[in-house]
Write a protein of this length. Sequence first.
Length: 94
Amino acid sequence: MKTTRFRDLLVHLVPRKVDEHTWRPGAVIEDPANKEVSYVSVDVEVKSEDHANLTMLLEAHARIQTDTWRNLPSNLEHTETTAKLRSTVASPHK
């Protein structure tokens, strides 16, 4: 797992292994100021030999995602689109 900081958010890059040769990009985004956590995944599968490209794809997606996620109104109801953008929002473990 690789962690990077982007605009005061912590982005933990967490690729999920689909099978022996395939990975699905994902990231956990933490907003330390608001103590919110969001999990996002990219709906693509990447072959393991493209590991460097996977990391770059995750970082690019996380940058786009953090901008979108931070601009969502806090009282926005969960719609299908919202669920995709903000798939899980929860308080951190106490």
